[in-house]
Every structure is written in C-alpha cells, then in structure tokens.
Design a binder for this molecule. Structure first.
Ligand SMILES: Nc1nc2c(ncn2[C@@H]2O[C@H](COP(=O)(O)OP(=O)(O)OP(=O)(O)O)[C@@H](O)[C@H]2O)c(=O)[nH]1
Length: 573
C-alpha cells in the first residue's frame, strides 16, 4: 500500500537534538490543497514513493478519500537535508472543515509553526481566517503559501495583497507554489527550517509530553500521538496520565513516517506515538500530559475537551439490528472521543441513542463511517442544537435574529462579515443555502458565542388529539406555523388511510396551528379476489398481517414506522 523508504530501520533519534527538529502543521480552508502539499512533502523527503497510489496518503479513512476531505489529523516525521545538516521535520496534517477546528487547535498546540495555504484563485476564505487566528493566538511562526499557481485563473498578486491586508504579513513572505505539480515545494521545506523555530525542549528536564491525538487499535489498545516537551521516554518506563492520574507501562513507541516506525525511545522536541496499555481513548484525553511515575511534573495548560454542538437520534433500521449497531457505535466512538453517546428510546423507532457531534459534517461523516466500515443501516433523526430552557409561566424573551458584528473589505471583490446567529439557524441548511445563493463563492465559519435568550417554543404533533412524543420539536415562534404545516403534510403523505378519519395537527400548548386530515378508507384486500382461489386469499391476508407488524399504534391510529422516519429524518440533499 504505502511504500516507505528503505533505510527506515536505521533511525538514530539521539542524533536529532531539539535544535534540528521542526514541528509544523498545514492549515487552510477546505480544498485549498493541504493534503496534496503533504503528499509532495512526503515524496520529496523520501517518506513515500512517487506513485499515483500514494495520492492523499495522510487521508487514511475511506470517507476521507471519497469526500476528498481530511477528518482525522495525521502525523508524519520527515527527514530533510539542508545545508549539510539533517533535520527531523514533524508534519501534522489537519482537517480544514469548520466542524474539525478542534482537531486543528490541538494539532497546533504541538507545533511551533504553520504553513498557511491559500488557493491562488479563491483567495482568503472563512476558514483561512479562523485557522490563521488559531495559529496567531498560539504565537506560532506563520508561513503563507499560495497554492495552485498553475491554474489558468490563478491571481497570486491579488492573494498576496489580501494576505497583507487581512493578516498584516508582508507579501515578500509568501511562497507561490503548485502542490499538484511540485513547483517551488522545495522552497517550502527550506522555509520550514529557516523560519520556524525549533521546539524549546531540553533533554535534561523531566519527561513531559502532550497528547494531541489518539486512536484505538484492537490488539494494542490506545495509540496516542504525543509531542515530547522535555526529557526522554523509553520502552518499559512507567508513565502517568495527569488527567486521570493512572499509571501505565510503555509497551511500544516511535515515529510516524507516516506508518508507525518503532524506535523504542523518544526525546525532547520529538513527535511520535506511544502504546501503553490504555483501554479507551478517554484514557488518553487530547490535551492531557504524560510524565514519568518517579518524576511528577505540572500538567501542560490549555486542556479543553471537545464540546458537542449538534445532537441527533440514531436508531437501527430494525430492532433486531440493535446489538450490531451498538457495537459499531462503541467501536467508532473508541476512536473519536468528541462524540457523546446517550441511550435513548422512542415509541416509534424503538431503542437507540442520542449522539452529540461537533457539527453537521462530523455527524454525516460518523454516519457514513457506520455504514461503510460497519455495514450498519441507521435511521438518523433531524439534528438539534443544545438549548437552555428557563421555565416560567408567561414571560418569553425578545426575539433575536442574526446581528451583524463587523465587516471588512478583503479587496474590491470580497467582503468578510461577522454575524451573531442562533446556532439552530446555522446547523441545518444555512451553509447549503449560502453556497447556492452565492453560486459557491461565499465561505463560512463559526465559533460558539454562548447561549442567548430567544423566543423559542415547544411544538407538539397530535394524531387524533394524542401527542406523539418523538415528534416534539423546539421551533422559533416565527417559524412555528410553517414548520408545523410542513410536518403535518409530510405525515399525511406517509400515513395510509384507515377505517376512520385521522386528524394530524401541530399545536403549541393547547392551540392548534396547523391541521391535515386523512380521510377514512376501508381497505379490503380481498375485494378483487372474488372466485374460489383460497391460497391466493390466504396469501393476501398474510401480507396484510405482515404490513400491520410494521405499524405502531398511537391511540387507535396505526402509523407505519416509515412515517416517523420520513418526518424525523433530515431532508436529503
Ligand atoms: N490545479 C491544482 N490543483 C490542486 C493543487 N493542489 C491541490 N489541488 C487540487 O485541489 C483539490 C483539493 O486538494 P486537497 O489536497 O484534497 O485539499 P485539502 O486542503 O487537503 O482538503 P481538506 O483535507 O478537505 O481540507 C484536489 O482536487 C487537488 O487535486 C495545485 O497546486 N494545483
């Protein structure tokens, strides 16, 4: 699969004191070419062979290759000869999408510098700005790289002006490259050595390492990626995780090139992986500090657990698949500690879970991985965002919509605007709408601005006067009517006629705001079967009985399971 260099067994890490190490990551807006540049850097330093097969080497997951996006940050150590010296360059590839900015920030905490990639045609986009600030606030050296200069409509001049204006970085510092063709990529490697400072880490200090990523391996348990901030660690050492205070023995450790390459030890300034018998990624929390049992140190600052912002119900398509889905979700969350899982059950969909994600793409990727890697068929309900409810008898608070915070002209064609939005408005279809309204030109990023009071109400859906628990939604008062009406219409289309009339209503408190009626209809499956064929009659009756099994009874109304799925499921794009 991935061909690695042949001298890989001959690494003497003690030959790399901290001053000949550079730890950096590549940050950019989505699709600006991070993974392509990473591939070129790997090729040029001999970590991988130059073949078509090695496209997007750092994007290991199937979903990453299919969607062409990076979800999980990957790390690779590269050896680079510069002016007669050999350097160890630790490259951390990072995801570009908003949902994964948490992964970017933890990768950044292991680095001293970043390559900030900007597409020569598209120029600065929303995540270019968001990622720049993550690096800027962490006081990292920032090397602006203008990529895709081979494109016919590339305009590196204009992008350099944007970089000067928005980030206050002199245009002379920009490196123009084509990651695809390899043009000027050598200059990027030189700039990494010349402009990024080495890690300030002394081998004489006690061992101290930052966990910046972790994966779960079925045979070895947790494989944690660490940046060694001081001292040294070797196989057999007893280490402690500062957060949980648990002690472990180091079973294996080494470099990622990008495949694991066991070295038996790691020194100050180096980045690598460590296996120490941890059973769960929650034992190797991102941002946690590791130290030697006999040399306790103060934990590194800035530990910040990931926070779920979008929640959705997940149910097996059929309850007989519950165990299988449970084990698939467990396995997947073993690798992704940012997903929260709570058991849930629904009258309509049976037993399932309520899962929390960093954002919508994160949720979609999780779902796609469940289906692709675990062959699970899942019903995903409409996503919701967290609310804080103040229970009071009457007073509801003033309606708040998007509020403009500021505006900056990046150049004569582009403007950057900041708004305060209710998260609920953003997570569902805002991004798609923005993209289609702007013919794909606008880009968007968001960060959590905390809870804000809003005029939200609980909306019930009633079937013949009986509320259906799983269809309760929280809506903005202004949207209640349209969303109630849409839900009633979708239910009407999904519930078959029955022997009595069915009222489908949306209500707020005791007030009905929308109604659809399903007319009575007596379905006699035998009507067409006059004559004597008894086996055919039996067959039809059996089919009808089977159909009934797929129904749920709400009051006296039989509701097909599909109806819930149709109403609860997010609209397919
Ligand atoms: N013409 C041209 N295309 C490029 C260049 N670099 C990357 N691309 C193309 O741009 C697209 C996106 O490149 P990726 O490397 O996947 O982008 P990315 O930034 O890693 O994307 P995410 O990981 O999803 O954030 C791919 O189709 C690449 O082939 C370049 O220098 N020139």
């Amino acid at each position: 699969m991935i061909s690695t260099q042949t001298d890989k067994d001959a690494v003497d890490l003690s030959k790399f004191p901290a001053d000949r190490i550079r730890n950096f990551c590549i940050i950019a807006h989505i699709d600006h070419g991070k993974s392509t540049l990473a591939d070129r850097l790997l090729e040029m330093t001999g970590a991988i062979a130059k073949t078509e097969k090695n496209k997007q080497v750092l994007d290991k997951l199937q979903v990453e290759r299919e969607r062409g996006i990076t979800v999980k940050a990957q790390t690779a150590s590269l050896f680079y000869n510069h002016e007669g010296q050999q350097y160890l360059l630790n490259l951390i590839d990072t995801p570009g999408h908003v949902d994964f900015s948490y992964e970017v920030s933890r990768s950044i905490s292991a680095c001293q510098g970043v390559l900030l990639i900007v597409d020569a045609n598209q120029g600065i986009q929303a995540q270019t700005v968001a990622n720049f600030y993550l690096a800027f606030e962490a006081q990292l050296a920032i090397i602006p790289v203008i990529n895709k200069i081979d494109l016919k409509n590339a305009d590196p001049e204009r992008v350099e002006s944007q970089i000067e204006k928005v980030f206050d970085i002199p245009r002379e510092e920009c490196i123009r490259i084509s990651a695809k063709l390899g043009t000027n990529v050598e200059n990027v490697l030189q700039a990494v050595v010349d402009r990024i400072p080495p890690p300030e880490a002394s081998i004489d200090d006690p061992f101290k390492a930052l966990v910046f990523d972790s994966n779960f391996d079925h045979y070895r348990g947790v494989v944690a990626n660490i940046a060694v901030f001081g001292g040294r660690v070797k196989k057999g050492d007893r280490i402690v995780s500062a957060y949980l205070g648990k002690t472990y023995e180091v079973n294996e450790l080494g470099l990622l090139r990008p495949d694991e390459h066991s070295t038996g030890k790691l020194f100050a300034g180096q980045v690598g992986y460590i296996v120490a018998g941890m059973k769960d990624v929650k034992e190797a929390q991102i941002g946690d500090t590791l130290y030697l049992q006999e040399q306790p140190v103060e934990a590194l600052p800035g530990f910040k657990p990931a926070k779920a912002m979008v929640f959705a119900g997940m149910y097996p398509m059929d309850q007989s698949e519950y165990q299988g889905l449970r084990s698939a979700i467990e396995k997947l969350t073993l690798n992704d500690s940012s997903v929260t899982v709570q058991r849930d059950s629904s009258l309509a969909l049976g037993a399932g879970w309520r899962l929390g994600f960093l954002g919508l793409l994160h949720m979609e990727v999780f779902n796609q991985r469940l289906e692709q890697e675990y062959n699970a068929s899942v019903i995903v309900t409409a996503p919701t965002v967290p609310y804080k409810a103040v229970l009071s008898s009457a007073k509801l608070i003033k309606n708040r919509r998007a509020v403009q915070k500021n505006m900056l002209y990046i150049d004569d064609q582009r403007v950057m605007m900041k708004y305060l939005f209710p998260l609920n408005e953003v997570v569902v279809d805002f991004y798609d709408l923005l993209k289609s309204l702007s013919s794909g030109y606008a880009s968007f990023d968001y960060e959590n601005a905390g809870y804000q009071a809003a005029d939200l109400i609980k909306m019930d859906i009633l079937l013949n006067g009986r509320p259906v628990e799983e269809l309760i939604t929280i809506v903005h008062r202004d949207r209640a009517y349209s969303s109630g009406k849409a839900m009633c219409e979708r239910l009407k289309d999904s519930i078959p006629r029955q022997m009595f009339e069915i009222a489908v209503q949306a209500a707020i408190g005791s007030k009905v705001i929308a109604r659809e009626t399903i007319k009575a209809y007596k379905k006699n499956v035998l009507a067409k079967c006059y004559g004597g064929d008894i086996t055919r009659k039996m067959k039809l009756l059996k089919k009808q009985a089977e159909g009934k099994k797929k129904m749920r009874l709400i009051g006296s109304v039989e509701v097909p399971k599909d109806a819930f799925i149709n109403v609860l499921k997010r609209k397919q794009k």
